[in-house]
Write a protein that binds this ligand. Structure first.
Ligand code: NAP
Length: 251
């Protein structure tokens, strides 16, 4: 059996890009999302045919305790090991509301998926990696971990939490030889940003990013592949910004 990478939120956007890139680098894939099994299996079939890897789909709502448990145990049964976990599933708030108007429902919705879901999914995978004494964990965080957007504060807080989760897991898993990283995308062209395309087109044209273009799922996927190849093997716990230089404060 080859090495198995688990990718959450693999159905579209950044997660689908990561799946394609890792398949091209010979990783077997356990793809997780909420789309129906037929669509997920069809995505796997395409990757298997194109790259000759093994791939399977596991329907999983990351905010559900029972889905997470069933998914991790099914993956271990199916693939025998978890060699990489890419925590990518994430949502923006359904409505961008000023923090003076934010509802508890929206706070819970975003936190339950982005922070609680990814943390407890990691916990299950980390127990397996600890037993194996091997593996790599990569959190897909966000530039919003440090940049305050008052009309989606719940998202910013969730991603700031992911930043601490990265450190916590790096500390906890070091004794097992498991490296933990966080990739912080900037502005990436996916469904998540499709509703604010014009706003970001204008900001990018106005110099928000040093490299004057949108990021693409491939930009994130290349960074994930590099980490899984071991290119930054002596850097556990670190944050890799993939944002066209957006994080540099300018005067
Ligand atoms: P996207 O195109 O909206 O895709 C989101 C993915 O997450 C989908 O595969 C979706 O699967 C999955 N997902 C959502 N809720 C889920 C749940 N409850 N359980 C399981 N899977 C769920 O978003 P994206 O832009 O690719 O974002 C991927 C990650 O990058 C997110 O964590 C996001 O916060 C982060 N990010 C994105 C940007 C950006 O500019 N796009 C910037 C910084 C960080 P379904 O098919 O099941 O809905």
């Amino acid at each position: 059996m080859g090495k198995c990478a688990v990718i959450t939120g693999a159905s579209r956007g950044i997660g689908a890009g990561i799946a394609e890139k890792l398949a091209s680098e010979n990783w077997n894939l356990a793809l997780c999302a909420r789309q129906d099994a037929e669509t997920g299996k069809a995505q796997c079939a395409k990757l298997k045919e194109k790259y000759g890897v093994d791939a399977d789909y596991f329907r999983c709502d990351i905010s559900s305790d029972s889905d997470r448990e069933n998914t991790i145990s099914s993956i271990i049964e199916r693939f025998g090991s978890i060699d990489a976990l890419i925590n990518n599933a994430g949502v923006a708030p359904k409505v961008r509301a000023d923090i003076l108007e934010m509802t508890g429902e929206s706070f819970d919705f975003v936190m339950n998926i982005n922070l609680r879901g990814s943390f407890f999914f990691t916990q299950l995978a980390a127990r397996q990696m600890a037993a194996q004494r091997s593996g790599t964990i990569i959190n897909i965080g966000s530039c919003s971990a440090t940049v305050a957007s008052i009309n989606r504060g719940e998202y910013c807080m969730s991603k700031a939490g992911v930043g601490m989760a990265t450190k916590l897991w790096a500390v906890r898993m070091a004794e097992f030889g498991v490296n933990v990283y966080e990739i912080r995308p900037g502005i990436i062209e996916t469904d998540m940003t499709s509703g604010v395309k014009e706003k970001y087109d204008n900001l990018i044209a106005g110099g928000l990013t040093l490299q004057p273009r949108w990021g693409y799922p491939e930009d994130i996927a290349k960074a994930v592949a590099s980490l899984l190849r071991g290119d930054l093997a002596y850097s556990t716990g670190q944050v890799i910004n993939i944002d066209g230089g957006m994080n540099i404060g300018k005067l």
